[in-house]
Design a protein around this ligand. Structure first.
Ligand SMILES: [Zn+2]
Length: 365
């Protein structure tokens, strides 16, 4: 016998025609109940948004209730009643996140996702507009601890997207962003550390995920330590008129940045020296508004996918986001036979042991 069940929260309930009610609009799960009489409709519409338990609702005769509850159950519209309170540092108790998270889970248990996020630590390296936006998005989504790695000063061109204000110009990016996050979500913990040690967030356990934002070209050497330590990481590279988000590397499971670099060198023998020059290009490193916003949102979504227990779309793939329309293109990547990162038993390029992490999707439908 199931416990107290309620209608799946945040599902629009819509009257279509006499005897026909539609639940939801998303094609992944929207459904119609048909053949209803007037009393059926009255009860179903009264249930909408009420939060009342359906299995023993005295507002309707038991025989009618059992028939309709069975129909709702068959349509995956019933979930266990969620707890009244959830521990989350997200603003407003995570109400803004709850509906979408509940829609994605068969059990509607958004509170479990929010609780897992609250226990998580994410480090962000490189805090221009993209990195700052990733950090503030994760804070508003309820990630409990965020490591901030970028001692360079806030530029006037950083202001706006991501949360820097004019008054922050000249201050350390990491410190200014910590103040912003404190104002947005005071229960989110932040720690500022050197950019050279993204695998450590001061005052916390090691991060669950590290996001590395770089310009022109990714530096595989920079993330070799993360591969060696078995820390999941996401590369974001801001180029002259596009941004590349990915690959997301779960060490031992996914092709790494060295794989991507070796493939590139196979296609272009001059790539190693071109790449070296790109990485050495002088600042300033500006980040255009629209590209930065789209890239940061996509990067945050990849991180949250992992924290929420599913496989990010950028595992073994990159999203290329070009100006001017910023519509992402997906480009698959693969392991390179000369890279040593091929599986949990293999050594990464620097020869260190890796700790494989596993995760499985639990999406609805
Ligand atoms: Zn590799």
């Amino acid at each position: 016998m199931p416990g107290r069940r309620v209608l799946r929260p945040s599902t629009p309930v819509l009257r279509r025609a006499p005897g026909e009610i539609q639940y939801g609009t998303d094609p992944r799960w929207a459904v119609r109940l048909v053949g209803l009489d007037a009393a059926d409709e009255e009860w179903l519409l009264a249930l909408s948004g009420s939060g009342r338990a359906v299995d023993d609702d005295p507002a309707v005769p038991a025989a009618r209730r059992e028939r309709l509850v069975q129909a709702l159950d068959d349509a995956l519209l019933l979930v266990p009643a969620p707890p009244r309170r959830t521990t989350t540092p997200a603003p407003g108790g995570g109400e803004a996140e709850r509906g979408v998270l509940a829609a994605l889970r068969p059990d509607g248990a958004a509170h479990r996702v929010l609780a897992a996020r609250a226990r998580s630590t994410v480090a962000v390296v490189g805090l221009g507009r993209v990195g700052a936006s990733v950090a503030t998005t994760l804070a508003t989504a309820g990630v409990g601890t965020i490591g901030l790695h970028d001692p360079s000063p806030v530029l006037v061109t950083d202001v706006g997207l991501g949360g820097y204000r004019v008054r922050d110009v000249g201050a350390s990016r990491a410190k200014a962003l910590a103040r912003t996050i404190e104002e947005i979500a005071p229960d989110v913990r932040t720690g500022a550390g050197p950019a050279s040690e993204p695998g450590e967030v001061p005052g916390t356990e090691r991060p669950d995920v590290v996001v590395v934002v770089e310009h022109h070209a990714a530096d595989p050497a920079r993330v070799r330590e993360l591969v060696g330590d078995g820390v999941a990481h996401l590369s974001v590279v801001v180029r002259e008129a596009d941004v590349v988000v990915g690959p997301f590397v779960r060490p031992g499971l996914d092709p790494c940045l060295t794989c991507a670099d070796l493939h590139r060198a196979d296609a272009d023998p001059c790539w190693p020296q071109v790449s070296r020059q790109l990485r050495g290009l002088a600042a300033p490193q500006h980040e255009e508004s629209v590209l930065a916003g789209v890239a940061a949102s996509l990067a945050a979504a990849q991180v949250l996918a992992v924290l929420d227990g599913s496989v990010p779309r950028t595992a073994a793939a990159c999203l290329e986001i070009p100006a001017p329309d910023a519509v992402p293109r997906l480009r698959e990547t693969s392991r390179h036979p000369r890279c040593g990162c091929g599986g949990p038993a293999s050594a990464p390029p620097d020869g260190s042991p890796v700790a494989a992490r596993t995760s499985g999707g639990r999406g609805r439908g």
